[in-house]
Design a protein around this ligand. Structure first.
Ligand SMILES: [Zn+2]
Ligand SMILES: [Zn+2]
Length: 126
């Protein structure tokens, strides 16, 4: 197998893992998930690929919370809510996005990136 082909396969594997893990996994979580079915994959490979994939826009890097970068397979504009207690990260798709879009139009800003994070307690923890 060529180097290029192997890289492509690794990326597909990593992207699938990010999707299947669903809730904004860290590189560590992606690695732990993949190692079960692909014992030859290295931690460095997972970290490096996730980095590159975030740069090329295949996944989005939603920021560093609790000491680790979290990744998201949803690359469209949406925002996040982090529970202070269980540390889960929830997607916010609607209302907040609408407000921000309205602001963009009203102020005429060209926004190139946006990182809105809300903190609080989720339904289970409050
Ligand atoms: Zn919670
Ligand atoms: Zn998300």
């Amino acid at each position: 197998m060529t180097e290029k082909k192997r890289n492509t396969l690794q990326r597909q594997l990593i992207l699938t893992a990010v999707k299947e893990l669903g809730k904004h996994p860290t590189a560590e979580q992606v690695y732990e998930y993949l190692i079960k079915t692909h014992p030859t994959i290295s931690k460095a490979t997972v970290y490096r690929n996730l980095n590159q994939m975030a740069e090329s826009g295949e996944v989005s890097d939603i920021g560093n919370f609790h000491g680790a970068t979290h990744y998201d397979h949803k690359c469209h504009d949406h925002y996040h809510f982090i529970c202070n207690q269980c540390k889960r990260i929830f997607d916010i798709e609607e209302e907040v996005a609408d407000i921000i879009n309205k602001l963009k139009c009203k102020e005429g800003f060209k926004i190139t990136s946006c990182n809105v994070v809300l903190n609080g307690f989720c339904q289970d923890c409050k």
